[in-house]
Design a protein around this ligand. Structure first.
Ligand SMILES: [Zn+2]
Length: 472
């Protein structure tokens, strides 16, 4: 089997190793640790629809199925349905790995796992091992990759945190050496045919034992006495990621974002002849991105996302303040320009200047909008600027597209319920339905992000139309 240090491949391999240890029972050298692991606490949505986890007709199963209905169209749903290279979603990946690899390996080596008693692997048992890996494993260093780390996994998550796990990550990925080793040489020398790499491996293994295999749980801030000590599972984790990996959400999470992928955006916003191919936009994007978009940092509606500039892979994002990423602004603006009548096909330079003018106009109007809101009065005509009617038309189109985009996403979430309706339902929900409560609370949060985005663009649209009336 080839080894993968992180990602789903590493999680699956570690789940198998952990499951084999669990099957060994008290003959495992990790028995004490394994006994400390929770049996049912890790309640992740990927298993919420499975009868075998809890038996048919149970309340937990009904709760899970209701929760999954709520999660349709949310960021959690996207994670659960995300297709791998093999075109399989998460549960299919887990089940296929169990049936194609894990079960067979365990059965083939059942004598080594236990000569004392018969070992019978089950899919349910493997699922539990995966849930433990998903919620408790750490990436230790470049050599060990993803690991279960006793004691380090005992801390709950909160941000900011009190402690974190520390290790020297950049060790040699081949032998784990912290210092210079034979793998640093391009052409390892051989002396009289002696395999220096093997010899070096042995030397390194000894050195490892002596000084290098240390992991530390380090406090990063003062910890007052009598409080629970928290770790962070990741400083940027959204509630959707927390729920799918760890089975819980935070009441308020500043990291929460909504994402669109470019295929979805093009599909939702274009019809027939209007539809641009991703390749077209990808090529244009490459020419647009190196230019300076720092003016965006002054916007209340758009933020500069310092992410990968590859339009095909980078997500188009709405952040926790209801602002859209500059990548998303670019895509929706391109579409607005196109709808108003400027084709951007093979016309990069004119489009670039059109986009710049559009952004400048937006920024000027944003300043006026802000002034209106803070002074609580409607400003008079803005005559110090010479507004171009076409630009205003394009900006109006951009606002309308953004408003439509939010409304459309809201309509696809939560059975089209409004925030007050969903909020009211949440208040009636029994605490015996923890899964549905988490799902509905997550939906409420997504709806309110969409709402604040929609309100801001509606405000800008109003301003654009007012200015439009003043322009002769
Ligand atoms: Zn090495």
């Amino acid at each position: 089997m080839s080894s993968t240090p992180h990602g789903l491949g590493a999680q699956l391999a570690l789940s198998l190793a952990l499951y084999a240890e669990i099957l060994k029972g008290k003959f495992s050298r990790w028995f004490g640790y394994l006994q400390s692991l929770p049996y049912t606490d890790v309640d992740i949505p990927v298993f919420w629809d499975l009868e075998m986890e809890i038996g048919p007709g149970s309340r937990r199963l009904e709760d899970g199925r209701e929760a999954l209905k709520w999660l349709r169209g949310t960021e959690v749903w996207k994670i659960l349905q995300k297709r791998s290279e093999n075109n399989r979603n998460l549960i299919e990946e887990l089940n296929d790995y169990y049936h194609e690899t894990a079960e067979m390996l365990i059965l083939r080596h059942r004598d080594k796992i236990s000569s004392q008693f018969p070992v019978t692997p089950t899919l349910h048992g493997f699922h539990r091992a995966y849930a433990l890996v998903s919620s408790r494993a750490f990436i230790v260093d470049a050599y060990h990759g993803l690991c279960m780390v006793p004691i380090a996994d005992a801390f709950n998550h909160e941000s900011p945190n009190h402690v974190h796990l520390e290790s020297d990550y950049y060790v040699c990925p081949e032998c784990g050496s912290l210092h210079e080793c034979v793998h640093d040489w391009d052409n390892p020398p051989t002396v009289l045919g002696i395999d220096l790499i093997n010899t070096a491996h042995k030397a390194v293994a000894i050195a490892d034992d002596e000084l290098e295999s240390d992991l530390f749980m380090v406090s990063v801030t003062a910890v007052p006495s009598g409080v629970e000590v928290f770790n962070t599972y990741g400083e940027t984790l959204t509630n959707a990621q927390l729920l799918t990996q760890y089975g819980f959400i935070l009441e308020a999470n500043d990291n929460d974002t909504l994402t669109w992928d470019i295929y979805q955006l093009l599909h939702d916003h274009a019809s027939g002849g209007e539809q641009r191919s991703v390749v077209d936009i990808g090529a244009l994007w490459k020419q647009l991105c190196p230019s300076d978009w720092s003016i965006v940092s002054r916007s209340g509606l758009v933020y500069f996302a310092n992410a990968d500039m590859n339009v095909i892979t980078s997500p188009l994002t709405l952040n926790g303040d209801g602002k859209i990423s500059h990548q998303m602004w670019l895509i929706v603006s391109l579409h607005a320009l196109h709808r108003v009548g400027k084709s951007f096909r093979n016309e990069t330079v004119p489009t670039l200047s059109c986009l710049r003018n559009l952004l400048s106009t937006q920024m000027i109007l944003e300043v006026h909008l802000e002034r209106d809101e803070t002074e609580g009065q409607v400003a008079g005509p803005i005559d110090s600027y010479d507004f171009d009617t076409k630009l205003l038309k394009e900006l109006e189109e951009l606002c309308q597209l953004m408003i439509h985009l939010c409304a459309d996403r809201k309509a696809k979430t939560a059975f089209s319920g409004t925030i007050p309706e969903v909020g009211e339902y949440f208040d009636t929900l029994s605490h015996e339905k923890p899964r549905t409560r988490m799902a509905v609370s997550l939906v409420l949060n997504e709806l309110s992000l969409l709402d604040s985005c929609q309100i801001m663009w509606t405000g800008l649209l109003g301003m654009v139309r007012r200015v439009g009336e003043w322009v002769p």
